[in-house]
Design a protein around this ligand. Structure first.
Ligand code: URA
Length: 229
């Protein structure tokens, strides 16, 4: 059971202070009975707002095809944000919807978004080694020697002392490669190629764990169901 003002504000319907007015203006019922007191408690499944069940009371997990040019930061000063693609009510949720790991502004592809902190941990903790597949286009021909180099787990990125975990590289054509990482150091793909003298010109994330983009277009997102993760 949760207090209605807490429940409605955590799901982005209104602020806690606005809850009393919200209850007055919308037909909110608990087990069919109209409610007016924001301090009343209810089980989320028993609450209807104007005949509609509550919007994802157990949390959101979204799979977005991130377009180029958007940032994963919440700070508006860093540019247009991936969160700006979401419905207003989801943007007002608390805990807020955040990305699971980050993609750079100029990286596109599969990005997971959630308001469930335990999922952020589950997917990003180095312990879980969730594989992430990237496709990179680089500015020079890639030597086949990079395959064993990346696989060896001995590569040290500029400015770091720890080695990168073994990574699987498949060279598709001389300047395009797929790379599977099980960790997520800052700008890792770009920095791994930089360590070999190549500059990444385009970067796209194709897969995250078992999840792929399917036919989602850039800027589109869908919900991920529990059975998919
Ligand atoms: N590695 C990068 O360099 N950038 C990303 O956005 C993701 C992985």
């Amino acid at each position: 059971m949760r207090r209605l003002d807490q429940l409605l504000s955590s799901l982005g319907y209104c602020s806690r202070r606005e809850a009393r007015a919200f209850l007055k203006q919308h037909n909110v019922t608990v087990r069919g009975r109209p409610v007016r007191d924001p301090t009343d408690k209810a089980a989320p499944a028993d609450v209807l707002v104007g005949d509609e069940p509550l919007d994802h009371p157990d949390g959101l997990l979204l799979l977005l095809n991130k377009p180029l040019g958007l940032v994963c930061s919440h700070d508006e000063r860093e540019g247009p944000r991936v969160y700006d693609l979401l419905p207003e009510r989801w943007r007002a949720r608390n805990p807020q919807v955040t990305s699971i790991g980050r993609l750079d502004k100029d990286t596109s592809g599969l990005l997971l978004l959630t308001d469930q902190t335990e999922l952020v941990h589950k997917f990003t903790s180095p312990k879980h080694k969730v594989p992430k597949l990237y496709r990179a286009v680089v500015d020079r021909d890639l030597s086949p020697d990079l395959v064993p180099l990346f696989a060896a787990g001995t590569l040290v990125l500029d400015g770091e002392t720890a080695t990168c975990a073994p990574a699987e590289l498949r060279i598709e054509d001389p300047r395009t490669a797929e790379l599977v990482l099980t960790e997520g150091k800052y700008h890792q793909v770009r920095r791994m190629f930089a360590a070999t003298g190549a500059t990444v010109l385009a970067l796209h994330r194709v897969r995250f764990g078992r999840l792929t983009l399917g036919d989602l277009k850039p800027g589109d997102f869908r919900e991920v169901t529990a059975s998919e993760i």
